[in-house]
Write a protein that binds this ligand. Structure first.
Ligand SMILES: [Zn+2]
Length: 270
């Protein structure tokens, strides 16, 4: 599933190709994504200029004078820049056509979305309740500690909740808890401020490293240039059940928390 680093990598990859450019046409081949693509998307966007492209959580926001396109990659979506003569393949659902290029939205599982709003996109119902960006100044240990007061939910599900902080997916939650020595099943309300400071720091470190490396290379994700990311080689615990812990050699364990597999070292994390 594309996580925040992949979305950020996508943003950086497509921006130079489409920012400041005029949309000459829109082609919608499949309207049924997670939410229906607006029927009038073509009328809305034809001849509009993309002023800026931003990311909020895992949403990409294309700003035009008429309003904003809101894109989410869902479970298996990707955005790629292709030459205008390239024929669409299976699962290429939406094309943003520019003068010499196409921005192509591809999504085999169709959990992604292409939406439209004339209003402030940050106030859109999907975005308005999102927590802070993990790489922003408003995200820090004290913020997490205060929010976690008396919470019984386990720390892993707490940091994966997008109302707490956006973009900490399963991989990044497992890895940052390992680096912080915190057991994923510990109650969020029973983690000290100093440990939250370490954790916030490690979340930022893990996400920044992944962005630097262009995201992980998990199954469906392909970077906009078609090559997989390289972060997978740097993982300590994620997907490493039974392998020795990089610190103490105890075999890595796996437990399902909130329907997601959680990988950890029972010796180093408590
Ligand atoms: Zn260990």
């Amino acid at each position: 599933m594309p996580e925040l680093p992949e979305v950020e990598t996508t943003l950086r990859g497509i921006t130079p190709h489409i920012s400041g450019k005029q949309i000459t046409d829109i082609v919608v081949r499949q309207q049924k994504l997670r939410w229906p693509v607006p029927r009038n998307l073509r009328q809305l966007l034809k001849n509009q200029i993309i002023h800026s492209i931003k990311r909020r959580g895992k949403y990409l926001l294309f700003e035009t004078p008429a309003g904003h396109v809101i894109i989410h990659l869902g479970m298996s979506g990707s955005l790629r820049i292709v030459a205008s003569h390239l024929d669409p393949q299976k699962h290429d659902h939406v094309d943003f056509v520019f003068n010499k290029k196409i921005l192509r939205f591809h999504d085999p599982r169709r959990f992604g979305s292409v939406l439209w709003t004339r209003k402030d996109p940050l106030q859109h119902k999907l975005l308005q309740k999102l927590g802070p960006e993990p790489l922003s100044k408003t995200f820090h240990g004290e913020y997490l500690h205060t929010l976690a007061t008396a919470k019984k939910v386990n720390i892993k599900n707490f940091i994966m909740n997008s109302h707490v902080v956006v973009g900490v997916g399963n991989i990044y939650a497992s890895e940052s808890l390992f680096l912080s020595g915190i057991h994923p099943q510990r109650a969020a309300g029973r983690v000290s401020l100093s440990r939250y400071e370490v954790l916030a720091n490690n979340i930022q470190k893990v996400l920044s490293a992944a962005i630097e490396l262009g995201g992980t290379s998990l199954r469906d994700f392909v970077k906009e240039d078609g090559k997989p990311g390289y972060f997978a080689n740097r993982l300590n615990v994620y997907n490493k059940k039974g392998e020795p812990c990089p610190i103490c050699k105890t075999p890595i364990q796996v437990r399902v928390l909130g329907q997601r597999s959680s990988f950890f070292c029972s010796h180093c994390q408590h």
